[in-house]
Design a protein around this ligand. Structure first.
Ligand SMILES: Nc1ncnc2c1ncn2[C@@H]1O[C@H](COP(=O)(O)OP(=O)(O)OP(=O)(O)O)[C@@H](O)[C@H]1O
Ligand SMILES: [Mg+2]
Length: 360
């Protein structure tokens, strides 16, 4: 009760001050006009009383006073806007002053080429209480492809976020190419990882700028070469203005599959040593699916890959399979061995997925 009382009193004080401050721009013109009318009517009364002016001039004095009202109201409104804007600037400054909880590593360089990936007894939770990942350990050799499966909310995307170091694990270690990700420079780490997320972020800009992420040092020849290697040249040439086609923000103008193709090219241009592919779960038309299949093959050749797969076609590419179940590893092993073992969860998943595909 005491704390509530103190807080309420504080709130009253702050609220009162805010009210008074915000009423100034509003009450100024009202006061101004009250004064102006008093002066105008006194003047009229005096001048008319001494017969110096006619009734017409008396009306004009009143009329001109009234004419002032609109511009003064506008100035007052603008003062109001200015107050709001300065409050906004304070908020923006606070936001800009926010420090990331992650501290940049001391800069142990990551090796070039395909990278190994190690999770060592990793625990992680977004909040303090609930752990989203518990005791997750796995190892990927350079060039190996891991298929990550599991129900929605089981922690698949979270695993990729830890690799990209958007968060630090609560316990355990994440290593990339034998280097603890906490010890590498963030910029170096992120240069070595190519990530295609479930929802691709597009900018209101040309296809070229969307591919290079506004990096002018990448020339068109380089982009064309990447498109050709990914087998996407024809698809890009079908766009209205080629590389100059304008895209709308938030996925406008491209289908989910097309946005993924664009994201593949984006990643391919940076030539990372590890590719993380968080597949969109939406169904794709067969033509786009074929394009994606081919592009993924090119993308993964000579690189380590982690694929969060929603489609059978993508799972077939994996060397090892990891199935997550509410933050725990439910199954982990070589794909072929798991496929043979009819008791494995993976074999059962394949069976149901296959049935679903045949039925569709
Ligand atoms: N930014 C966040 N803040 C708090 N909790 C989160 C956040 N992102 C995810 N979670 C929680 O963490 C758990 C794992 O989420 P995650 O995104 O890793 O699932 P997923 O396996 O990728 O699911 P999907 O197959 O739907 O993509 C979920 O319970 C989710 O509610
Ligand atoms: Mg996800």
């Amino acid at each position: 009760m005491r704390r509530l009382f103190m807080l309420t009193r504080e709130r009253l004080r702050t609220g009162r001050r805010a009210r008074i401050l915000s009423s100034i721009p509003w009450s100024m013109p009202v006061l101004f006009f009250a004064t102006a009318y008093i002066i105008a009517f006194s003047l009229i009364a005096w001048l008319y009383g001494t017969h110096s002016i006619s009734i017409g001039v008396a009306f004009l004095i009143y009329y001109y006073t009234q004419q002032l009202s609109q511009p003064i109201m506008m100035i007052s409104n603008q003062l109001d806007d200015f107050q709001k804007a300065s409050a906004g600037i304070v908020r923006v400054q606070e936001l800009m002053g926010t420090q990331s909880e992650l501290t940049d590593g001391e800069g142990i360089p990551l090796p070039e080429g395909p990278l190994s990936v190690d999770f060592k007894q990793v625990d992680f939770g977004y909040g303090e209480e609930e752990m989203v990942l518990q005791d997750v350990s796995f190892h990927l050799k350079p060039g190996e492809v891991l298929g990550l499966l599991g129900r929605t909310g089981s922690g698949k995307t979270t695993i990729t976020r830890l690799l990209f170091r958007l968060y630090d694990p609560a316990a355990g270690k994440v290593e990339l190419g034998g280097v603890d990700v906490a010890h590498a420079h963030l910029s170096d780490l992120r240069r070595h990882i190519g990530i295609v997320t479930q929802d691709v972020q597009l900018f209101h800009a040309t296809v070229r700028d969307n591919l290079t992420l506004f990096d002018n040092s990448i020339d068109d020849a380089h982009i064309e070469r990447a498109l050709q290697q990914l087998g996407l040249t024809d698809w890009f040439h079908k766009l209205a203005d080629g590389l100059d086609t304008m895209l709308a923000a938030n996925g406008g103008g491209l289908s989910a599959g097309e946005a993924q193709l664009l994201a593949f090219t984006r990643v391919f241009l940076h030539n990372p040593g590890l590719i993380i592919l968080d597949e969109a779960s939406s169904r794709l038309d067969p033509a786009t699916e074929q394009l994606i299949e081919r592009a993924v093959d090119t993308l993964l050749s000579g690189r380590t890959g982690i694929i969060i797969a929603h489609r059978l076609g993508t799972v077939k590419r994996a060397d090892t399979i990891l199935i997550m179940d509410s933050g725990h590893i439910a199954e982990y092993g070589e794909r072929e061995a798991l496929q043979m073992d009819s008791h494995s969860q993976f074999a059962r998943l394949l069976l149901t997925a296959h049935e679903a595909e045949v039925l569709a």
